[in-house]
Design a protein around this ligand. Structure first.
Ligand SMILES: NC(=O)c1ccc[n+]([C@@H]2O[C@H](COP(=O)([O-])OP(=O)(O)OC[C@H]3O[C@@H](n4cnc5c(N)ncnc54)[C@H](O)[C@@H]3O)[C@@H](O)[C@H]2O)c1
Length: 480
């Protein structure tokens, strides 16, 4: 059943939430008094459509419906989840919660994106404090899984669990902050780093660019996959964490850092930072920088996904199911997914090698469907591809939902001859023809498949024999 989210405040953060809910199949109702909000949200959505769906190796649900409302009560009335992302001012947030609670469902969850306020502060004066909780996201909300979920004693355990379940279902990683504190966990940490960076600039030690290089060329990469303590555990070598603390702990009281103090943000310091930042990044517009950021994040997240580690493990947990073997009287859907950003080339369309990857994935999925799965391969049999012919018929771009339909042209004995057609809706994008031979992994020579596989494959081949022979099957190179 389609779920409904109300998004209150459609700025940087509200737009990101709207995109995540929408692309996860929820209907989204936006309320924001700014007449520019619709344009801004649509721009965020364009970036999100380009980057998020391709993180999955199977198609995400169909997008929900997006609507904009002039009236807050109308926006929140049917919502299961209400996400507040209005400016960071307590009196504005209190007013919004009062209006929301006068109109929303009693069982709706009201999450606040606040970067700094404690949930008990947000709940002050509320009609039903137990319905409001902090759900603090990170920009871009549609790509980064972390949500700091901060309840107060007013929220009961079943409410917190329900909030966790919803966040998990939209691909997030809810980090339950057990004790409320100003600025939660991550922002305290970021602020400590930022404070130190401001000192380095003020004291003329480093420019904005040098500070960024110090992060992204080194420890930023470590942090992205392991965080702080797992990284330091390795730094301690075989002696481990205790040794690390003994070695570096005393430095904390040396004058290495000025973390306890805050530099005064004089006009001079602000101008220095702003002009250094212009020199470093002023050649890109903010939208360009967002696209660069998203492309980098997608590549890193997909790399972590392949390792099933950190944020990549979260992606794997929310991976939609792969297509199942359904009606065998028609070509079989073996791949259904969005084209990921890292599959595109300098022309902005899918790189040739990725067509082979998509058709290779289709063959792998078909092999699983007929029983040639990981267990069977471990037992010593598999199919090897001996010939491939791919025709590129139309352009395919990042974010396009591709569907590969597989027809069996031959499936007797050791031979398996497959014809894959890749579509975007009804548009034929490409075809891939594969000849495979079943082999014994022991002798590395052609061998008969197991009786079960032979039976399943020949039944599909017999059913497909009555389908028209696909246009282009068996064509030589250059023949269209
Ligand atoms: N920017 C970040 O990186 C970031 C990260 C995490 C959390 N947050 C938090 O998210 C919240 C929103 O921040 P932002 O950066 O998106 O701000 P923003 O200024 O980009 O967006 C705020 C939006 O709220 C709208 N608004 C103002 N009053 C409203 C009202 N009464 N009802 C509905 N909409 C209203 C504004 O028109 C604007 O579009 C803040 O609480 C902030 O602390 C921000």
């Amino acid at each position: 059943m389609t779920k409904t989210a109300a998004i209150l405040g459609g700025g940087v953060i509200g737009g990101g939430w709207a995109a995540r809910f929408l692309l996860m199949g929820w209907d989204v109702r936006v309320f924001d008094p700014d007449p520019e909000a619709e344009r801004k949200i649509n721009e965020v959505l364009t970036n999100a459509r380009r980057s998020l769906p391709g993180l999955s190796d199977s198609a995400m649900p169909e997008e929900g419906a997006l609507s904009f409302h002039d009236d807050l009560a109308e926006a929140v009335a049917p919502a299961d989840w209400i996400q507040e992302s209005v400016p960071e001012r307590l009196e504005i947030k209190h007013k919004v919660f009062a209006d929301v609670q006068a109109a929303c469902r009693m069982d709706a969850i009201i999450g606040s994106s606040t970067s700094g306020f404690k949930p008990s502060e947000l709940q002050e004066g509320a009609q039903r404090p137990e319905q409001i909780v902090v759900t603090h996201p990170f920009n871009p909300v549609y790509l980064l899984p972390l949500i700091e979920l901060v309840p107060s004693p007013a929220n009961d355990a079943s409410f917190v669990q329900r909030a966790k379940d919803v966040l998990t279902s939209i691909g997030c990683f809810p980090l339950h902050v057990r004790k409320e504190i100003d600025a939660h966990i991550a922002d305290r940490f970021l602020e400590a780093v930022w404070r130190e960076a401001l000192w380095l600039i003020k004291d003329g030690i480093a420019t904005t660019e040098e500070i960024d290089e110090a992060i992204r060329m080194g420890f930023g990469l470590r942090w992205a996959q392991m965080g702080l303590f797992e990284t330091y555990r390795i730094a301690g070598g075989e002696a481990g964490m205790k040794h690390f603390i003994e070695q570096f702990g005393p430095c904390l009281s040396w004058p290495w850092t000025k973390l306890m103090d805050v530099p005064e943000l004089t006009d001079e310091l602000v101008d220095t930072i702003a002009s250094q930042s212009d020199a470093q990044s002023g050649m890109h517009s903010i939208r360009e920088l967002e696209r660069i950021r998203d492309t980098n994040l997608v590549a890193m997240l997909r790399a972590l996904k392949a390792q099933d580690y950190g944020a990549g493990a979260v992606l794997n947990r929310s991976e939609p199911a792969k297509p199942a073997l359904g009606d065998t009287s028609a070509p079989i859907v073996t791949v259904h997914r969005a084209v990921p950003l890292d599959w595109t080339d300098y022309n902005g369309h899918m790189n040739e090698a990725r067509y082979l990857q998509a058709f290779g994935d289709a063959t792998d999925r078909f092999m699983e469907m007929i029983g040639c799965d990981a267990d069977y391969i471990a037992s010593g049999g598999s199919y090897f591809t001996v010939e491939t012919h791919i025709r590129h018929l139309d352009e395919t771009h990042a974010g396009t939902r591709i569907r590969v339909e597989t027809q069996v042209l031959q499936g007797q004995g050791k031979k398996m001859h497959l014809f894959h057609r890749m579509f975007d809706g009804d548009r034929l994008l490409s075809t891939g023809e594969h000849m495979l031979i079943h082999v014994s992994l022991e002798t590395r020579r052609a061998a008969e498949p197991s009786a079960d596989i032979a039976k399943t494959l020949s039944a599909i081949a017999a059913a497909h024999a009555s389908l028209p022979r696909p246009e282009g099957a068996g064509a030589a190179v250059g023949v269209r």
